[in-house]
Design a protein around this ligand. Structure first.
Ligand code: CUA
Length: 366
């Protein structure tokens, strides 16, 4: 007789070890990753509903088929001295049944799928629609609000309970716009302007990501969808419409000078090198215009993320001081952008004193 691979006690140890290993491997799917099943709006809700429909149907089929399989394996297994089983083939009734039943099941799935597609594709008409142009760069998101003529990066602000129409542009490679809690993925294709709508039914900050491989830093192309009450949103808009504040202290003024001397080839600040947000250099969604390579920084200090979300903007840790580089993410970014996010377009060579001044200036831009 062949020796079993594991005896009784070892077998249980293997099962427990497997479960533990599995739960360690799956801890990456924890609280902080956004879930398509934890939805805050009708588009995402429609998508997760479809997921559950298919999951339930698939689970029933799995249990029935695997149950029949396991039952047959045990009930009709070979025993010593058994004759060959009766040989049968060609049962018309069974053949028809197992063709018709799966067809009906697939048509049920098709019905819910088409219903979901229509739900997600049909943007409700509302006079209260907010239009935002999202431009996918390598590797960060720019958001332009045509109605308010403002441009920001890494943060899409929108009011709660409002239809948001996101026009998707790229002047480089294919990206994909995705806010799991609010809406599924839509490709952002150069030369083919897509559109995606969503509505958020709760305020809050929701993580958005690029969902199409777009180069070395695809994984670091995140943004925040900041859903606000309409009052808060209006306040945000009127703040964004202002030009950048004039530096109120000497170090920040020095930072502004460094910005004007070294950074304007790629970045824009309204009131510094840009006359307004409608400066042609801002409009990256028009492929005919060679726009600025980097984000508009007019209100940089008020943003929560730096460089496609690879760092948070921890401005409370950015007051001047000898240990600035140890505390402040913006200082770390200015010191070594290629070390933090290899392959990105930002190449700088700043002394630590220049970094102190630039941080003071940029963080003052709220
Ligand atoms: Cu942009 Cu991936």
């Amino acid at each position: 007789m062949r020796k079993p691979l594991f005896n009784g006690k070892t077998r249980w140890q293997v099962v427990v070890a497997g479960l533990l290993l599995g739960s360690f491997l799956l801890t990456a799917c924890g609280e902080n990753s956004p879930s398509i099943l934890n939805t805050f709006g009708p588009v995402a809700a429609s998508e997760s509903f479809l997921f559950y429909v298919i999951l339930i149907i698939a689970t029933i089929i799995f249990v029935l088929v695997e149950g029949a399989l396991i039952f047959s394996i045990i009930r009709y297994r070979e025993r010593p001295g058994m004759p060959n089983p009766r040989q049968i083939h060609g049962n018309l009734r069974i053949e028809v049944l197992w063709t018709v039943i799966p067809s009906i099941i697939l048509f049920i799935v098709l019905f819910f799928t088409i219903q979901g597609l229509v739900n997600v594709a049909t943007q409700p008409t509302s006079s209260n629609t907010l239009e935002v142009r999202a431009v996918g760069h390598q590797w960060w998101w720019e958001f332009y609000y045509p109605k308010y003529n403002i441009t920001t990066a890494d943060e899409l602000h929108a009011p709660v309970n409002t239809i948001v129409q996101v026009d998707l542009y790229s002047n480089n490679v294919i990206h994909s716009f995705w806010v799991p809690a609010l809406t599924g993925k839509t490709d952002v294709i150069p030369g083919h302007n897509n559109m995606r709508w969503f509505k958020a039914d709760a305020t809050g900050t929701f993580l958005g990501e690029c969902a199409e491989y777009c180069g070395a830093q695809h994984a670091h192309m995140a943004f925040h969808a900041v859903i606000q009450s309409s009052d808060d949103f209006n306040t945000w808009v009127s703040t964004q419409q202002q030009a950048a504040v004039t530096p109120s202290f000497a170090l920040a003024a020095q930072g502004k000078q460094i910005f004007m001397g070294q950074c304007t080839g790629c970045h824009g600040i309204v009131g510094d090198n840009l006359k307004g947000y409608d400066d042609p250099q801002v409009k990256c969604n028009d492929p005919a215009i060679a726009c600025l390579v980097g984000p508009n920084l007019t209100h940089f200090g008020a943003r929560g993320l730096i460089a496609g979300g690879i760092l948070t903007n921890n401005r409370d840790q950015c007051s001047p001081g000898a240990d600035l580089l140890r505390r402040c993410h913006l200082a770390q970014w200015l010191k070594d952008p290629q070390g933090i996010k290899p392959g990105n377009d930002m190449v700088v060579n700043l002394t630590d004193d220049q970094i102190q001044a630039l941080v003071a200036y940029l963080e003052s831009l709220n």
